[in-house]
Design a protein around this ligand. Structure first.
Ligand code: FES
Length: 186
């Protein structure tokens, strides 16, 4: 069983490497190819979930840019994660519809509850926190996405309740009593 998981991981890894390489090949021959660095970093983060030192080295080699430059760009923009994300990525939408309906207060509530800031990961590695710009669910703003589930019409109290549901579900899962929180108002 463990071997199957390991194989799957290796296949996934090889697939990510290939996809990133093809993406870089498609942009590096363009005029001013190095100006596509941000697009490449986005692609890498989408594939791996974060930008590890190894991934930055690979990009540096393929794009023939110093790793230090890539590091500088990746640390300048808060939407790039340099550490592995938590099991559940909490994305608080700060798009216009959500913003006017109280998203900043939702963000504060999440920060206080998880005791992390943007780009951070909780000590138990269960949650990480990031911002989103419109999750396409403005009708139920303000919206928070946790993992791949949208939770709408959030209030500071409701978002804390939802986070606690994830905690409970996760500890039930680890004790064999699995039940995953349902998306709300989707
Ligand atoms: S602005 Fe938040 S979902 Fe559209």
């Amino acid at each position: 069983m463990e071997v199957v998981e390991k194989d799957k991981k290796q296949i996934r890894q090889a697939h990510c490497e290939q996809e990133l390489k093809e993406f870089i090949d498609s942009v590096k021959d363009m005029e001013h190819g190095d100006s596509y660095l941000i697009a490449v970093l986005h692609k890498a983060q989408g594939l791996y979930g974060y930008l590890s030192r190894e991934v930055m080295d690979t990009i540096a080699q393929q794009m023939q840019i110093p790793t230090a430059h890539i590091w500088g760009v990746a640390t300048f923009y808060h939407y790039f994660n340099l550490t592995p994300p938590g099991k559940y990525v909490v994305s608080v939408c700060l798009g216009t519809a959500c913003y006017v309906k109280g998203a900043p207060q939702i963000l504060d509530a999440v920060r206080n509850e998880l005791k992390i800031d943007l780009g951070g990961v909780t000590e138990d590695r269960l949650f990480s926190l990031q911002l989103a710009r419109c999750l396409g669910a403005c009708g139920i703003a303000p919206v928070v996405m946790i993992g791949d589930k949208i939770h709408g019409e959030m209030t500071p109290q409701k978002v804390v309740d939802v986070i606690n549901q994830y905690r409970k579900a996760d500890s039930a899962h680890s004790t064999g009593l699995a039940s995953s929180p349902r998306a709300t108002k989707k």
